[in-house]
Write a protein of this length. Structure first.
Ligand code: SF4
Length: 695
């Protein structure tokens, strides 16, 4: 529980970085939030979302205050008691499970959940309901990054630390504009570069964004050609002996195959495909090859398109050939935005995972967890992934879905399918804090959840740093913490005893013990230690000391203990533009806003930066089509069309247009095709696009 004093330290949970904040509460209960100078992540600075954190707890204008339910879809929802709400939820879930089997129900959860919530839901679903149909929205933001790390290093955690930012002498940022999407990390990088001008920053992006102000070279490549660029850089490094031969020979596997792939195209061919000068590819390669320590950034912009995994694997290959792993200032580094992006595999919560980086398909893992939870067995069938949950809702296989702290109608592609799927479902439960979520109107049952500072638990950032989030104030209305909702529902389902906990620290204790002797062993920490240390970075030494760098002995978690090169077959996206669809559409983050607006949309300060979506278009492309600055244009592709105001830009590559992702439902998502997810920050997914001027 939060200390009984007026000033306390906790963690911002807007985005995944987990900045340290100081909360001051004056007598009338007014809350002030400032950055914590002593926190290793943000060192006192906060982004514009962070500085408005107090409105998260003081402005209840959009909060869900009590449970609401409708008895059928022709009736309006009405306020009900928690007992009525959870009795109904249990009755519906019991009916479907007994009639159609456990796989007829599913849970779609979120990085906004605390670790203890994640763990508890996972335990209920996989251990007691008998299905693995649970998945998280973190899959949208980071799955391909984590999968790439797992394939290469044998574990889906980043090898380095956020502290490495000030230790590298070369950075390679692709498909991201951290100035907007990761402002605190960008600020740190900007300061570091200012005092160390010899540090090299390479940015590859089809837009010249604000981040390019600190770049030594901007590779304004054609969207979808990143893998060709990474291979061309690899080829130059190999041909010019700028590689770490000893590391490659003794600590990796698959180099020859990678080398063959890298040699397939000459630098000139790569230059033509990527539409960037050869000299720029060489310069970028020299920066990387001559760097003593090199960091490649893995952004969400690499993660959300049809070749996302291949892009990340190709990028990590550059760290492998240069031996830039296992020491300070090295390795792939996440530029993720979603909180708790890694907790799916740490605490369970994904369709194929079990707590402690265990896997559903591993019999030994299932048996260990079943024994620990005191259940006969855990299903060996992988559950539905995020999009599969809604596909199966659409087909009728899945009857009921419980959506927790996420707004799939905006954030999960394709929007039209999600809407039809929700309408097609038999029962939808939405557990959330905000009535503004576009998913709420589709709910048969709404459950009010406690939010930031209204519940206690832990958060893990992408740098493996576990922090405590404190309870400072009571939730408004009848909102309660997620762990209470799940425990009470479990009781209604007939599983009271396994879900009886005194407080969140007991859940953490149970969860941490389950990780003992796994690759993710956090069994020697507890809330008390976290209170003392503010935050801790796993893995921990027996003394509890944090580990900053993984693989410093160059022993990896793969079967061979070596890191794996992956020479992906797919080189670039086969965009075939034509007269009808002559341009490539990319998407990205708007300054300061958070995903679907349900959190940041109500903040006046943040809204001042932008109040409507604009289509960025190269001025020459616009003039060629008779589009004037400020014209409303119709943007269309094979999947749909939207009307939006055009804005000339000299900073976007000719042939490419850009739409912000926050207006997802009305903009980007309506242009999305089923096979190509397109919700990201600076996502270079490149949908073929056409135009007509509306007014
Ligand atoms: Fe909060 Fe993220 Fe901003 Fe830090 S960068 S203050 S964690 S929103």
């Amino acid at each position: 529980m939060f200390p009984k004093k007026n000033i306390s330290k906790t963690t911002c949970n807007y985005c995944g970085l987990g900045c340290g904040v100081i909360i001051q509460k004056d007598n009338p209960g007014k809350i002030t939030v400032t950055g914590d100078q002593d926190h290793p992540v943000n060192k006192g600075i906060l982004c514009s979302k962070g500085v408005t954190l107090q409105s998260k707890v003081s402005d209840h204008s959009d909060r869900i205050l009590y449970p609401e339910m409708r008895w059928n879809r022709n009736m309006p929802r009405q306020r009900v008691t928690w007992d009525t709400a959870l009795n109904r939820a249990a009755a519906v879930f019991k009916t479907f499970i007994s009639k159609y089997g456990p796989d007829s129900v599913g849970f779609y959860v979120s990085g906004q959940c605390l670790t203890e919530e994640y763990y508890l839901i996972d335990k209920l679903v996989k251990g007691f309901l008998g299905t693995n149909n649970i998945d998280s929205n973190t899959l949208i933001c980071g799955e391909s990054e984590f999968t790439a790390n797992k394939l290469v290093f044998g574990m889906d955690s980043i090898p380095g630390s956020i502290e490495d930012l000030e230790l590298a002498d070369c950075f390679f940022i692709t498909n991201a504009n951290p100035f907007r999407s990761n402002p605190i990390l960008f600020k740190r990088l900007e300061r570091y570069k200012a005092s160390n001008p010899e540090v090299k920053i390479i940015i590859a992006d089809s837009r010249r964004t604000e981040s390019c102000a600190i770049a030594d070279i901007h590779l304004q490549l054609k969207p979808g050609t990143e893998i060709i660029l990474f291979r061309a850089i690899g080829r130059f490094l190999i041909e010019n002996n700028l590689i770490d031969k000893e590391f490659i020979e003794f600590r990796t596997e698959g180099f020859n195959e990678y080398k063959n792939k890298a040699m397939e195209k000459s630098l000139e061919e790569a230059s033509a495909i990527c539409d960037i000068p050869v000299i720029d590819i060489i310069l970028a390669a020299e920066y990387i090859g001559k760097a003593k320590s090199f960091i490649s950034m893995l952004p969400a912009g690499n993660n959300q398109n049809s070749t996302d995994l291949n892009k990340n694997l190709s990028l990590i290959n550059l760290s492998l050939i240069t031996g830039q792993i296992g020491k300070e200032g090295c390795g792939p580094f996440p530029l993720s935005d979603q909180p708790h992006i890694i907790t799916g595999t740490e605490a369970g919560g994904l369709s194929d995972s079990l707590p402690g980086h265990r896997s559903i398909i591993n019999q030994e893992h299932r048996e260990e967890i079943a024994k620990y939870w005191g259940v006969p067995s855990i299903s060996d069938k992988r559950g539905y992934t995020d999009t599969e949950l809604f596909d199966n809702l659409l087909s009728g296989k899945l009857k009921a879905i419980w959506i927790i702290n996420t707004n799939p109608l905006v954030s999960l592609p394709p929007a039209r399918n999600i809407e039809v799927a929700l309408k097609n479902s038999k029962f939808v439960i939405v557990q959330d804090i905000s009535l503004k979520s576009e998913t709420v109107p589709f709910a048969d049952l709404i459950l009010p959840a406690a939010g930031w500072l209204e519940k206690e638990g832990t958060i893990t950032n992408p740098g493996r740093r576990i922090s405590l989030a404190h309870k400072l104030t009571n939730a408004p209305g009848e909102a309660i913490p997620g762990i209470s909702i799940i425990s009470r529902f479990a009781e209604k389902m007939g599983f009271a005893d396994p879900f009886k906990y005194e407080n969140p620290s007991d859940i953490f204790l149970e969860y941490s013990r389950i990780t003992k002797q796994t690759i993710f062993d956090v069994s020697n920490i507890n809330f008390e230690l976290l209170h003392q240390n503010r935050s801790m970075q796993w893995p921990f030494e027996p003394s509890g000391k944090s580990t900053k760098i993984l693989y410093s002995d160059h022993i990896f978690n793969t079967a061979s203990c070596k890191a794996n090169f992956h020479s992906v077959a797919k080189g670039h996206l086969p965009y075939e533009l034509n007269q009808n669809y002559p341009l490539l559409l990319t998407s990205g983050q708007t300054q300061d806003h958070w995903h679907s607006f349900s959190s940041t949309g109500k903040l006046v300060k943040v809204n001042l930066h932008t109040d409507k979506p604009l289509l960025e278009i190269n001025k020459e492309d616009a003039l060629n089509r008779g589009i004037k600055n400020g014209d409303v244009v119709e943007v269309f592709n094979e999947a749909g069309s939207v009307k939006v105001t055009a804005q000339y830009s000299l900073d976007i590559k000719k042939g490419v247009v850009f739409l912000p992702l926050q207006w997802g439902k009305v903009l980007i998502k309506d242009l999305d095709s089923i096979s190509v997810p397109m919700h990201s920050q600076d996502d270079q997914m490149g949908v073929k696009t056409g135009f007509s001027v509306v007014q």
